[in-house]
Write a new protein. Structure first.
Length: 423
């Protein structure tokens, strides 16, 4: 059996690649080892640049029809809800100036619905390894599933098979993977109304993140130590929730619904991951197979969809599916995406440290950087452009010195005290 492209993994990134490549007239086969899609708290905050990409693929209206929540602002707040730093997305340039908060399952569904005629998805198919030519070039994959074992030849293999990526390991691409010293516990809280913003509370325990979801729900992420939930009884969980609400008064209106859904929590380890390269001849890494960042900055799934758009554009520009054309497109993909992903990793890590550091110099520096950034309209604009993806411009060394208070920006306003708490 053969296809033009085999995509391994039917998460949002893999489906996005299938959609973008299929729209170029390619025969695309998507393989996923799961028999049905798994439900997980991830990929729910879609930045404006991703909204643009989805619109270009013709799926934005369908996603909005699922009840995806438009959000104009991302704010860092103190435990009482007073603003420490607020990014106004309405002031961004261009036609896409809102975040969409959507269910990850809905995002996958709209990407999978109405795929181009040349795209096929097969569930319950485990890829056991790559096929290789004599010179080492990847020429397809070996698969085991309902039809037994088989080989599938392809001009291009896209490894969108997640952070542990067996294909990445099989082709010998090294990866730097670091676990943060904390985890996150995620709650899907129904029957509540929260502000139309992504609210990151900077608390004594670290991050508490709240944002709206479709259907009158919200997502709550809470920073936890690695063993904080180990061996907890129902009474222990109730006490934990009481302490959380006492420490973050701004979320007390969610208290009853949060308590009722403690049993539905998801515990998540948090990693930074960067592959040494994105391609080898005949294969491209996409999404978490190549990169992962802290959820605080809401960049993960957004980077995956940008990978898919860039890969499809480069392959179309290459002009063919012969080995030389494909590998030239892969080199162009690596050259285009790696600097962008390096920038995303830096922005995400710096944003996470400002909120998640709970003691010592990192927490003090985080507080200072927030105050100085909040008082400087130019730095606020740069930060919003970088996080949204609409106007990406890395901060200069001088900008960093402004943030730390080592230089004075004549155009900045003096630091001000926190304003009133939100209701």
């Amino acid at each position: 059996m053969s296809a033009d492209v085999v995509v391994v993994g039917a998460g949002a990134g893999g489906l996005a690649a299938a959609r973008a490549l299929g729209a170029r007239g390619l025969r695309v086969l998507v393989l996923d080892r799961q028999r049905t899609p798994a439900s997980i708290a991830k990929g729910e905050i879609l930045q404006p640049e991703t909204v643009r990409i989805l619109d270009g693929w013709g799926v934005l209206d369908a996603l909005r029809a699922t009840g995806a929540c438009p959000v104009d602002r991302l704010a860092i707040r103190d435990p009482q809800g007073r603003p420490l730093l607020a990014l106004d997305y309405g002031a961004l340039p261009g036609g896409y100036r809102q975040i969409l908060c959507a269910d990850y399952g809905d995002l996958r569904a709209v990407l999978a619905d109405g795929l181009p005629a040349g795209v096929e998805i097969r569930w319950g198919q485990r890829v056991t390894g790559p096929l290789r030519a004599a010179d080492g070039r990847v020429t397809g994959v070996r698969v085991t599933g309902g039809d037994g074992e088989q080989e599938i030849r392809a001009a291009l293999v896209v490894a969108a098979d997640g952070m542990s990526s067996p294909l990445r390991k099989a082709v010998g691409i090294d990866v730097e993977r670091r676990e943060y010293p904390h985890g996150l516990v995620a709650f899907d809280v129904p029957g509540v109304q929260v502000a139309d913003e992504v609210s990151a509370y900077r608390t004594e325990r670290g991050l508490c993140l709240v944002y709206p979801l479709p259907g009158g729900r919200c997502r709550v992420y809470v920073q936890v130590t690695p063993d904080e939930f180990r061996g907890r009884s129902a009474a222990d969980l109730a006490d934990w929730c009481d302490r959380l609400l006492a420490g973050v008064p701004a979320i007390r209106p969610l208290g009853a619904a949060l308590r009722a859904n403690l049993h539905r929590r998801q515990l998540l380890a948090v990693y930074r991951l960067r592959a040494a390269r994105l391609t080898v001849p005949g294969l491209a890494l996409l999404g978490e197979a190549a990169h992962a960042v802290h959820p605080m900055a809401a960049q993960g799934v957004n980077s995956s969809l940008a990978d898919a758009e860039t890969l499809a554009s480069g392959l179309a520009a290459g002009g063919g599916l012969d080995d030389a054309s494909v590998d030239r497109a892969l080199r162009d993909f690596d050259a285009a995406r790696r600097p962008q992903l390096d920038h995303v990793a830096t922005v995400s890590h710096n944003a996470a440290r400002m909120i998640t550091s709970v003691s010592g110099l990192p927490r003090l520096l985080g507080a200072r950087m927030m105050r100085r950034t909040a008082a400087n309209p130019r730095l606020l604009g740069l930060t919003a452009g970088n996080l949204s993806g609409t106007n990406v411009r890395p901060l200069s060394l001088v900008d960093r010195m402004y943030q730390l208070g080592l230089l004075t920006d004549r155009h900045a306003q003096p630091p001000v005290s926190a304003g009133p708490a939100t209701k």
